[in-house]
Ligand binder design. Structure first.
Ligand SMILES: CC[C@H](C)[C@H](NC(=O)[C@@H](NC[C@H](O)[C@@H](N)CC(C)C)C(C)C)C(=O)N[C@@H](Cc1ccccc1)C(=O)OC
Length: 331
């Protein structure tokens, strides 16, 4: 099998996250989920989510599905790096993305979600596409959609073609040559503890010299920004007029009318350029003349994260063969 599904930005003003339509159950219930390579739980707003925590999200009602089965005695509870989280029970049911159907996918129903999920009314849940070792279901961990679908796919891969303030695509089971230019550069993935962890070959700020120093981090479609070591981040903002590291805004900000250099990162011998428009992520509040940077420091997180600001500058292949690799191409 092969399949494709849209990755649509949830906000017209800036790319905070992307959602993809999925179907769950019989008859199919359609939800818009955030495909997240930075985690490995598939969880949804559901008929079990307290009404006070639901604000317009589509919900999955297992009782309305003839193919749903409670996974008795199983629960899940997840905490993300941004402090958000959720927890609940587990069902298995039919689950499809882009026409790829998995009959007994573990679908985790939310009994509780944190406030940032309640307020984000365009996200009905997440599809974790990290490695299944990170799945939080207890007492038995469950497989991700990708692990379940892999045997059915023409090739054990999925690709991300995220776009700046536009609809992009996730493809499953094939590599669409029309979506990229030149060659795909593959690098090894370290699957411990369960992220798509790889090592970039270095970085450059604008037309400055390229610094060939290894940067190990994760490819995370579920994180909006890029988080890198402080030394790299300060080198970048040193080139931005009026940039400061704001405690009140929680990161580097600068006057929106400042000229920003592009940010270059290396994958093997290949170079990828994040254009200035992606690096000026968003006004700190609507209409403010102060903008928040798309590149921030990872020092408070503990890992480097190549989030959407970097991923949308490339065509990315998540290769699930043994051993897994990750491929990057320009587009
Ligand atoms: C199973 C937990 C998943 C894998 C969780 N993953 C993450 O938090 C990673 N991805 C974060 C998600 O992409 C998130 N931005 C999705 C949105 C919609 C909320 C971060 C680290 C880049 C995690 O590592 N949580 C840490 C908590 C943490 C991590 C980093 C910093 C601080 C705290 C944990 O609990 O690990 C067991």
């Amino acid at each position: 099998d092969t399949g494709s599904a849209a990755a649509t930005p949830i906000d017209p003003r800036f790319d905070i996250a992307y959602v993809t339509p999925v179907t769950i159950g019989t008859p199919p219930q359609t939800l818009q989920l955030d495909l997240d390579t930075g985690s490995s739980d598939l969880w949804v707003f559901s008929s079990h989510t307290p009404a006070s925590q639901v604000r317009g999200q589509q919900i999955y009602s297992p009782d309305k599905s003839t193919t749903s089965k409670l996974l008795d005695g199983h629960t899940w509870s997840i905490r993300y790096g941004d402090g958000s989280g959720s927890r609940g029970n587990v069902y298995t049911d039919n689950f499809a993305i882009g026409g790829i159907m998995v009959e007994t996918q573990a679908v985790e129903t939310a009994e509780e979600v944190s406030s940032s999920f309640t307020t984000e009314d365009n996200i009905d849940g997440l599809v974790g596409l990290g490695f299944s070792t990170l799945n939080t279901v207890s007492p038995e961990g469950q497989l991700t959609f990708f692990d379940n679908a892999k045997p059915k796919l023409d090739a054990p891969v999925f690709t991300a073609d995220l776009k700046y303030m536009k609809e992009g695509t996730y493809d499953f089971g094939f590599i669409d040559e029309s979506k990229y230019t030149g060659e795909i550069t593959y690098v090894p993935v370290d699957t411990d503890p369960g992220y798509w962890t790889f090592t970039s070959s270095g970085y450059g700020v604008g037309s400055g010299t390229f610094s060939s120093s290894p940067i190990t981090g994760i490819a995370d479609t579920g994180t909006s920004l890029v988080y890198l070591p402080t030394a790299i981040v300060t080198a970048y903002y040193r080139q931005v007029e009026g940039a400061t590291n704001s405690r009140s805004y929680g990161g580097y900000v600068f006057p929106c009318n400042s000229t920003l250099p592009p940010f270059v990162f290396g994958i093997g011998e290949a170079k990828f350029t994040i254009p200035p428009s992606y690096m000026s992520y968003a006004a700190v509040t609507d209409g403010s003349p102060t903008c928040f940077g798309g590149l921030q420091s990872s020092s408070g997180i503990g890992i480097n994260i190549w989030g959407d600001v970097a991923l949308k500058a490339a065509f990315v292949v998540f290769n699930g063969e043994e051993p897994p690799t990750i491929g990057w191409a320009n587009k």
